[in-house]
Design a protein around this ligand. Structure first.
Ligand code: SAM
Length: 275
């Protein structure tokens, strides 16, 4: 169990901003899967995930990647999927999946155990992201692969440079609020150099970005994120109720389009043990 109290409203900057207990999480997880699973699966397949592998999925959220991993590793493999709040992690008929309540920043993991450790959009939310990364690498077997995927928000909607893109006031407000909550919205850009600094071999990285029109997964995810932090953004004076309501309606306008943040995937291999 986590040693941190993830529900302490008095210290919000140290806690997960988009907690899974909210109703909005039920909309966020399918949208994340729709937007990003195909690319994630491609990266995981490229490092060789296959029958018999032991995998750790950190911050599994809605479980779509853990489910895919379980099918890939088959009955001779094992998938440990962790989350500070695993309420959405349900795997009927997949006995190779084990779910554990776990905080990647502070809770112990078995050492040198996994062929693959993967996380997506977790470390950017964790203030102790360096310690979390070190924990993930320590859990890898020699020769095992780390694959981590995080946002880099340097691609921002910009209707001046790219007429037709929509920049919502609520989007700016959300960015400010996430910054206040200790989220590193640009961590993805730094993954390559962090993985190298941790001594991994064969480090490489690829960024993906998309145009997200109305009706696509991106606006569905943004609606969930905006709505979850609505009252906090209004109380902080980052957005008015009227502007918020106008922006939520704008997400459904047929002309709406925004570029996604860049989702960087970076991967590297733990060096083999030297005798
Ligand atoms: C934005 S969601 C991403 C979910 C999933 N990885 C995906 O990409 O669809 C972040 C997830 O990380 C979990 N999380 C946040 N802080 C964590 C921590 N310190 N340790 C483990 N999981 C954490 C959250 O509960 C949530 O399920």
């Amino acid at each position: 169990m986590s040693m941190r109290d993830t529900n302490t409203a008095a210290t919000p900057e140290g806690t997960y901003a988009l907690d899974n207990a909210s109703a909005e999480a039920r909309a966020r997880f399918p949208a994340l899967a729709d937007a990003f699973d195909a690319g994630t699966q491609r990266h995981l397949a490229a490092v060789g995930v296959g029958p018999g592998w032991r995998c750790l999925e950190v911050g599994g959220g809605g479980g779509s990647i853990a489910r895919w991993l379980a099918e890939r590793v088959g009955p001779t493999g094992h998938v440990l999927v962790t989350d500070i709040d695993p309420r959405h992690l349900r795997f009927p008929n997949l006995p190779e999946v084990e779910v554990r309540v776990h905080d990647i920043a502070v809770d112990p993991l078995p050492a040198a155990t996994f062929d693959l450790v993967h996380a997506r959009l977790v470390l950017l939310h964790v203030p102790e992201r360096e310690a979390a990364l070190a924990n993930m690498i320590a859990a890898l077997k020699p020769g095992g692969w780390l694959v981590d995927e995080e946002f880099d928000s340097s691609v921002f909607p910009d209707p001046v440079r790219s007429p037709g893109e929509t920049l919502l006031k609520t989007h700016i407000a959300l960015s400010r609020m996430l910054d206040c909550r200790g989220v590193d919205r640009n961590f993805g850009r730094r993954l390559f150099t962090r993985l190298r600094a941790h001594g991994l071999d064969h480090v490489a990285a690829e960024g993906r970005t998309f145009m997200w029109p109305a009706g696509s997964a991106g606006p569905a995810m943004m609606r969930a994120n905006y709505s979850q932090l609505r009252s906090q953004m209004i109380s902080a004076g980052y957005i008015t109720e009227a502007d918020f309501d106008r922006d939520i309606a704008a997400l459904d306008h047929p002309d709406f389009v925004m570029p996604s943040p860049i989702l960087w995937a970076a991967w590297g291999q733990k060096p083999p043990e030297t005798a």
